[in-house]
Design a protein around this ligand. Sequence first.
Ligand SMILES: Cc1ncc(C[n+]2csc(CCOP(=O)(O)OP(=O)(O)O)c2C)c(N)n1
Length: 571
Amino acid sequence: MKKTMTGAQIIWECLEREGTKIAFGYPGGAILPTYDALKHSSIHHVLVRHEQGATHMADGYARVSGGVGVAIATSGPGATNMVTGIATAMLDSSPIVCITGQVGSKLIGTDAFQETDITGVTLPITKHNYLVTKASEIAQTIREAFYIAKSGRPGPVLIDVTKDAQQGTCEFDWESAAPQLPGYRPDLSPDAAHYKQALELIKTAKRPVIFAGHGIMISGAMREVRDFAEKAGVPVALTLLGIGAFPASHPLNLGMMGMHGEAWVNQAIQDADLLIALGMRFDDRVTGNLKNYATKAKKIHVEIDPSEINKNVKVDVALVGDVREVLNELLPHVEATDRKEWFDHIESLKGDSAVRDIQNLPDNGHLYAAHVINDIWRETEGNAIVVTDVGQHQMWEAQYYKHDNPRSLITSGGLGTMGFALPAAIGAKMANPDAEVWVIVGDGGFQMTMCELATIVQERLDINIAIINNGYLGMVRQWQEFFYERNYQATPLLSPDFSVLASAYGIKSSSVTTRADVVPTVRAARKHQGAVLIDFQVEQEDTVYPMVPAGADLHNMIRRPSPIVETAMDK
Ligand SMILES: Cc1ncc(C[n+]2csc(CCOP(=O)(O)OP(=O)(O)O)c2C)c(N)n1
């Protein structure tokens, strides 16, 4: 028998049926009917301190769990506070569903109290969005929203529900079959002819490189990528968001590519005769100057979103479909090939990279971020989920924490959102409560969302927070150093005493200023039950090397000066 329910009750009922266990949100007038109905729901609601935090938490939850994250806010300022988190999820293809309250439908368009046209605002940064004005439309809309968020190329979906729709009643009706949406075709698969062309290119290539992107994690194709790379004997370069898709310790792993990628990886890409791009989108941080990008290479692009094909880089063969399915189709036909010359060449590209590495420079008594991150990696044996913010520390993390496991580096790649780390770590921890979670965050980005420390305490979460405190907006300072004659405008940064701040929240804390103190402090943090904050006061003007200046050719990297010799790559 069908039950009569309010729109607000239907919201929770539908979320439960979609498998939601946790929702991150913040109440207000226009969403109050929904909060009123929360008492009947089994869903655990996490009260955030700022709606941006709710979206990043939902995003972190989605990235770690592989499911859909849910964030809730009121109309007007509540909804607009979500915008940064929605855009972050959009650019990193993270499936979240945001539910916002809206003023009563009769008030729409009158500039009513806390009215914002949030569907208008978020139109370009959502995969899809809805304005719902009737209780009877809610169930179908939520089903569609979840389906759209998680199918094909995932992304954020926003549902704006008027107050009268939440208060109104109707008979509850739920269909379990996937919704039929005219014009939406998320399950594309490549033509047989394209498979043949791809196999031919792979067979004849002498210097191929596989690109591992985020799409591998989204499709769950980690094993297939490994089988493919091993069988075909092809080295694998990773995008920032692809880190974890292929184990760092695997002999075929080249490392990260792009602006702060390894010098030899970028050079190998420029020397390659075939690129096999898997679930990545040739972002400008990856390619550098497109005119001189991998000019000797044919390109195969495996990607679920057809709009990415030939968007930035023209490709020779496009396999539009799910990476896992495509690789399963290719695998039986791939032949083992001897590429000794190619591997010898790549080995030779490493040159003196090791001696340039700050890890291998003589100890000068200073504390460097790279050392801190490397020590965290060693102590956690590479098994933690690390959630980073944006800036220098993010790139050092990508370089010095060796990720063997998928979904173990959570970071804002596409939008580069400062303030992401702390809330996203809350979502990550709640998605995988048994995991050891580390936040690695700059002193700047931490101050953008540090209010969520209270959420960590309220939820009793065991999260370790490592602030890489250099007293600057470090990455911007670095650009000023290289490209603006060291004119450090607006980058020296005053901060509170982070240890005292943590204490105010009841969080255990310490400050570290010497290398010798790093390991004991990390060990103590790992032993402690509950949140810990460590303020690592590092070298203030350290630089992330190598660096491809924005718009430069990929192989023209600025490298840490070699204590021995300069090589040809240092132009
Ligand atoms: C919301 C937002 N505002 C501004 C920027 C531009 N930006 C990129 S990195 C950076 C500096 C980050 O400084 P900090 O958080 O201290 O980290 P560090 O680079 O020192 O490791 C800034 C301001 C951004 N990415 N996001």
